[in-house]
Ligand binder design. Structure first.
Ligand code: MRU
Length: 373
């Protein structure tokens, strides 16, 4: 039986996926549980964490993934670090510093990780109770940010597609990777719009590109949305051009791992190609992300660190060789989409359109300050 996770007043009955991250017990003796996303959709199972090192390894393996969820998990990881620190002969401040350093090195591209860790590092006094309060605050705040993104995105969809949303003319959205409930503390970023649209009575149809090499689109997004009753069709990544050429897509909506000051967006590998194809077909491309995904210290996408992953993910997926052993493979986990290809950024603070450094600055002026300001 899945826990029905509420996304709040706007579209609460829709989401039906189990919680991605949960803390069990009190601050000093409790533990962290992560829904093991590597096993979805066939197995729904949780892994327990009482120490930082296995958590770091789990983040690397994508047991938990998606920029906001990684940040939330890292917040709880700091609680583990300090609550177990004395067993390793560490003072609380040393334990926190070591935990934060190890967690920060787990994945380099999603800036939400550094942002959450910076918040945890600022907690005073350093004790498990106070740290757990902050980790929970980050978690709960993220659910609210998702809700805000959904409301702003829904407004934009209604404005741009006034003639779509009836059952005979559904709004047709294409998404890539999983920027869903599974990737956040709430109802997702890209999917927040989708859930909001469905909840407000708009007829929506979704295409999920499968997202090679690790299939977050096929395994996670299609599973998540179909459970919510939102008709979601999987397409191979190399079908999206044909899909758009056939006129089946009204808009593309994706999440982000890091957004530079000029609006360039790092997101799952394949997003850039999608954006180029969308531009060619005059299909608007939207990027949905909370303020915690903006890195105002990085001027443009050129300097966003891009995670390189094991070539075996490409040549031997699911332990099955699809290329001859020893075949070299290039495996960047993310790419950068230039701001010029993005129709609008949809944030918890409002929409940025056109996408420019100036407009980002003014939309985020009222946002809480993050690690990267
Ligand atoms: O490698 P992953 O699965 O962590 O990549 C996730 C993405 O690229 C998401 O689109 C992004 O983190 C936004 S999640 C709301």
């Amino acid at each position: 039986m899945f826990h029905e996770r509420s996304c709040g007043r706007v579209y609460n009955p829709v989401m039906k996926v189990p919680p991605t991250i949960r803390w069990v017990g009190n601050a000093s003796a409790g533990h962290l549980e992560l829904l093991d996303q590597t096993q979805l959709p066939t197995v729904v199972a949780y892994l327990q964490f009482t120490e930082v090192s296995p958590l770091v390894e789990a983040i690397r393996r994508l047991v938990v993934r998606g920029a906001p969820a990684i940040g939330i998990a890292a917040g709880y990881g700091c609680v583990l670090g300090v609550s177990r620190g004395h067993e390793h002969g560490l003072q609380p401040s040393e334990a926190l510093a070591q935990a934060a350093q190890a967690l920060n090195a787990s994945r380099p591209t999603a800036v939400n990780l550094a942002w959450a860790l910076e918040r945890m590092r600022r907690v005073k006094p350093i004790n498990p109770e106070r740290l757990l309060r902050e980790a929970m605050a980050i978690h709960e705040e993220d659910a609210g940010l998702c809700r805000e993104i959904g409301e702003h995105g829904l407004g934009l969809l209604r404005e741009m597609f006034p003639d779509r949303g009836e059952p005979e003319r559904p709004l047709r959205l294409l998404t890539h990777c999983n920027a869903g409930a599974l990737a956040t503390g709430g109802c997702g970023t890209a999917t927040a719009l989708i859930y909001a649209a469905a909840e407000s009575g708009l007829a929506v149809e979704v295409f999920a590109s499968e997202t090679r090499p690790l299939w977050q689109g096929a395994r996670l997004t299609a599973w998540e949305l179909n459970q919510a009753g939102i008709q979601t069709t999987v397409v191979c990544d190399n079908m999206v051009g044909a899909l758009m050429a056939a006129g089946h897509v009204d808009a593309v909506i994706v999440g982000a791992d890091r957004i530079a000051a000029n609006g360039d967006v790092a997101n799952k590998i394949g997003t850039y190609g999608l954006a180029v194809i969308a531009k060619h077909h005059s299909v608007p491309m939207f990027v949905a992300a909370p303020y915690s995904t903006f890195d105002r210290k990085i001027e443009s996408g050129r300097t966003i660190p891009i995670e390189q992953r094991d070539p075996l993910e490409v040549t031997r997926p699911a332990s099955h060789w699809i290329a001859a052993p020893q075949t070299p493979a290039w495996n960047p986990a993310f790419d950068v989409t230039p701001a010029a290809l993005i129709h609008a950024l949809i944030t918890d603070q409002g929409t940025v359109q056109p996408v420019s450094g100036e407009n980002i600055k003014s939309i985020l002026a009222a946002a809480p300050h993050g690690a990267r300001d």
